[in-house]
Design a protein around this ligand. Structure first.
Ligand SMILES: Nc1ncnc2c1ncn2[C@@H]1O[C@H](COP(=O)(O)OP(=O)(O)O)[C@@H](O)[C@H]1O
Ligand SMILES: [Mg+2]
Length: 270
């Protein structure tokens, strides 16, 4: 694998559709190694769909997509993934460290890994995300923020070049959102990993993000925060008046989007 490649992800005239219905099209962008990218846009716009393409779970309906100059492929250890919804309930008695070990084996629940190098690696990864003390806890007993750390460890343990996180901040309070964002930033920057993070609220990400991918109105735009998060740009993207407000603390609110943003659209799981 070419570790020095500039283009981690390249999309050319890329389109995604389900059953012939186009979700977005003509996406052209390139994302470099080590970039921290927020993926924004209303519910149902096709953000998770972009991840499904990158994970090789879905083929583009047009155009080209590559990760490190190769087409996406399923189960690629170069790509770490934290899914949107975890199928964890409080009955889940599996120890946290077992989930992290799965990230090495790519195996299935119940696949017992002899505790040699892999086990040590999983423990080190738990330590790096500040979750060492959670290793022996059952998944069902963990809080939302603790679970996110464990899933982060699982996604990182295979030493990926690219990390995809689908709404990891959902259901965390503002302080925990900030802590998780800093953690993700620190572990990815120190390893030079490219991170794409789908978020509903841009504010917790503003201190750390390099660029924004904005998915809306059948289109995918990319740019620096100041290029994307302004009334002029978003009005042209949505093709309807959108207002971006910034308060004295630098917090951003996008007005006008809720009405046009299919907020009641059903979310599909992977
Ligand atoms: N498996 C599927 N089959 C058909 N339509 C789907 C499927 N998954 C998602 N969609 C539709 O594609 C659109 C984009 O979905 P998604 O990528 O999940 O949006 P987002 O993550 O931005 O909320 C939505 O209209 C959704 O209903
Ligand atoms: Mg989604």
């Amino acid at each position: 694998m070419n570790k020095t490649s500039e283009g981690m992800i390249t999309a050319k005239s890329l389109a995604a559709s389900y059953d012939g219905k186009i979700i977005w099209q003509d996406a052209n962008f390139s994302i470099g190694r080590g970039e921290f990218v927020a993926v924004l846009g209303p519910n149902g716009a096709g953000k998770t769909t972009l991840f499904r393409l990158l994970l090789g779970l879905k083929r583009p309906s047009a155009g080209e997509l590559s990760i490190l100059d190769e087409p996406p492929k399923r189960g690629n250890p170069r790509v770490g993934y934290v899914p949107q919804k975890h199928l964890i309930d409080n009955e889940m008695s599996v120890e946290a460290i077992e989930l992290v070990k799965l990230g090495i084996s790519g195996g299935e629940w119940g696949f017992v890994i002899p505790c040699r190098g892999e086990c040590e690696k999983a423990r080190m990864m738990m330590r790096d995300v500040g979750a060492e003390h959670l290793s022996e806890r059952s998944l069902g007993s963990l809080s939302g923020g603790e679970l996110q750390r464990v899933f982060l460890a699982e996604a990182l343990v295979s030493d990926p070049d690219l990390l995809l996180l689908d709404e990891p901040l959902a259901s965390l309070d503002i302080r925990r959102q900030g802590e998780l964002v800093q953690l993700i930033r620190n572990v990815t920057k120190s390893r030079n990993i490219t991170a794409l993070l789908i978020a509903h609220d841009i504010n917790p990400l503003l201190p750390v993000l390099d660029r924004i991918v904005y998915v809306a109105n059948g289109k995918v735009a990319i740019g620096k925060p100041e290029e994307i998060l302004n009334s002029h740009f978003l009005t042209s993207l949505y093709e309807t008046p959108v207002e971006v407000l910034k308060n004295s603390q630098g917090r951003i609110a996008v007005l006008g989007v809720e009405e046009i943003g299919h907020i009641h659209t059903h979310e599909h799981q992977l």
